[in-house]
Design a protein around this ligand. Sequence first.
Ligand code: THG
Length: 267
Amino acid sequence: MILIGERINGSFKDIAAAIKERNKAPIQEWAKKQTEAGADYLDVNLGAVSKSADDFRWLIQTVCEAVPTPISVDYNKLDLMRAGLEAYREFGGGRPVIINSTTAEDSKLIPLVELAVRYNAGLIGVVMDERGSPQDVDRRVELGAKIFAVASEAGLTPDRIYLDPIVMPLKFMQEQAKNVLEAIRQFAVISDPPPHISIGLSNICSKAKERSLINRTFLVMAMAAGCDTAICNVCDTELMNAVATAELILNKEIYSDDYLKAYRKRG
Ligand code: THG
């Protein structure tokens, strides 16, 4: 699994306050904690707290100073994405990068694919268009196939393309979870080799009581369907243990009695 730590996101109160006050400490602590927990990438997202390119540059610089972990640059507007990628090039010194994200709309997809080519980045494509996010499997797959086709045409190989079926809250859109799982199964046969399939896991447990249990049950099911990347709470030990066990069951790691310990030390 490619694990992307979700915690440096302005939708969390402590991160929002840290951005407003330009206080590096809480952000750098989360960067370190998630890195120690095994994050392959750190998602860095301003949230709604700011729309300023300067703040995004500062946030990315702050993370890069704390840890050598690569970043997924998370913003839904092109101008800030450009500023973020420039900052990352300056402060990240040539680390890998994931652009998070494009949608399937031409006005976003075409420039963001171009940015991914220019910055040698991976690109997450969420299956939305001008009409919003689809509720059914077929439309999700249609939009995923479009993103894959446009990105491939521009020269991105499948290992740089991440399709995101858009996970919805179980509490409010209960019927969507099984549609997401079916979309994952179909993304996995879009090409051979397939693209990465990535989910924003914690969307599933929004406002629910049993957050951790819902997260880990859904992630294991998504992995069985073909998901290989998750933006998630990497500091949730039960979640990480479930991922390690699912990887054994899917025969992606070699069994040993100490596999949990081995998984924690990986990378
Ligand atoms: N796909 C892609 N990128 C994404 C998402 C996605 N980026 C953002 C998001 N979704 C993934 N990250 C999070 C981060 C936090 C939470 C959910 C998803 C979360 N927040 C708390 C909540 O909603 O209850 C609020 C914060 C708090 O507790 O204070 O759970 O789907 N490509």
